[in-house]
Design a binder for this molecule. Structure first.
Ligand code: ASP
Length: 385
């Protein structure tokens, strides 16, 4: 099911037919703030002029709706309550004033769930649909409306499995439609703006929230209710957007990276996250082993630490061929190898800057792609393999 929104003014030039499908380029883009700002300042003038002088051939943006607060409506019975997933993608798009000036927009409904119910099934559906649309050159960019709870995971998943340099922009909202100062319409407008911008080419998957553009490796939800809920603690935002301009403050990623395949059985392998705390024993870890986990991610204390008992249980897991990844429950910083824990001896992997939920996802994808040797898994976490 799709609607077509006829568009009057195109603000961005679409490179005619030159839809290069290269490997998705991702990774830690070098932060070259000053140069990037200068480059963007020069092209801002063009972008503003283009907005009032529409060019022929508007960018084609496909909106894929999955649910979340952005598709919710305020519940009159409670000041803060709402019903998730009441509004379909096409209505969402129609409700945003001026969005039709940015692009030719089609909308499709993939699911209508709170993102706490995001599943492998929906992920695979999303990934396949996006790849198909890009391979057939049916869109210049994709926008995914999504709940905010797990948007960082979906973004990271897609970044690892999509093969295209066209932009995929995920967007959500912290307040439902109909609430005071609903942030959904503004966020959706800006997400389409970013997806339609030529500046976004080669940047792969991004998340737009509250005037900021984040990279999937770094973004995380940092507040349960505030409109400014997202941050990228280890790297900062990759750009900013307002209704008149898209500004990137990092260079596009330079290195191409391997794209991981989707398992044919439609399901990612079982990988558990175990949360470390004081007075921790090894019971949860032993249960995960007994339940047949293929991987265990430790949401460790500090630099990925845990009690002696917990570490001993993790060693038992590693000896059985289960991939053990030490991540951290701390919001920022890296988990380094062999600091307080002898990772070499224990056969552990460290997550570096990946938080537990993203470390879990990468571990699942690697196992699904036959990468189970701890040294190769470690290499994949560095993003250099
Ligand atoms: N629970 C909601 C979701 O993630 C919250 C939101 O969208 O902000 O779908």
């Amino acid at each position: 099911m799709s609607i077509k929104m006829i568009v009057q003014g195109a603000t961005q030039l679409r490179s005619s037919g030159a839809m290069l499908v290269a490997g998705l380029v991702v990774g830690a883009s070098a932060l070259c703030g000053a140069n990037a700002w200068a480059a963007d300042a020069a092209s801002d003038a063009t972008a503003t002029a283009a907005a009032t002088t529409p060019a022929a051939g508007a960018p084609r943006i496909l909106v894929l709706a999955t649910g979340g607060t952005i598709s919710g409506t305020a519940d009159p019975r409670s000041a803060i309550g709402y019903n998730s997933g009441n509004v379909k993608g096409q209505e969402l798009v129609r409700g945003v004033p001026g969005i039709e000036k940015l692009a030719t927009i089609n909308a499709e409904q993939i699911s209508n769930v709170g993102s706490q119910d995001m599943s492998d099934k929906i992920w695979f559906q999303l990934a396949r649909r996006i790849q198909e649309v890009f391979d057939r050159n049916e869109a210049d960019g994709v926008v995914i409306t999504h709940g905010t709870d797990t948007v960082e995971e979906t973004a990271f998943f897609l970044q690892n499995v999509l093969r295209s340099d066209k932009p995929v922009v995920l967007v959500g909202s912290m307040r439902p439609g109909g609430s005071t100062s609903a942030d959904g319409p503004g966020n959706l407008y800006e997400a389409v703006e970013v997806a339609a911008s030529p500046k976004s080419r080669g940047r792969g998957v991004m998340v737009v929230m509250n005037d900021q553009i984040h990279g999937p490796r770094w973004i995380t939800k940092t507040n349960t209710t505030a409109v400014q809920a997202f941050a990228s603690p280890n790297a900062g935002v990759i750009g900013y957007v307002d209704p008149a301009s898209v500004r990137f403050v990092t260079a596009p990623p330079q290195a191409a990276r391997n794209v991981l395949g989707l398992p044919a059985n439609g399901q990612l392998p079982r990988v558990e996250i175990v949360y470390a705390h004081s007075n921790m024993d090894g019971l949860q870890i032993d249960h995960a082993i007994a339940d047949g986990a293929k991987g265990i991610v430790l949401a460790g204390e500090g630099d990925g630490d845990a009690s002696k008992e917990a570490l001993a249980a993790l060693e038992r897991a590693a000896k059985k061929g289960i991939i053990v990844v030490r991540s951290t429950r701390v919001m920022s910083g890296f988990v380094n190898r062999n600091v307080e824990v002898d990772d070499d001896k224990s056969g552990f992997v460290v997550s570096l800057d990946l938080n537990p939920q993203k470390a879990r996802l990468l571990t699942q994808l690697l196992i699904a792609n036959g990468v189970t040797d701890p040294a190769r898994v470690q290499q994949a976490f560095t993003g250099t393999w």
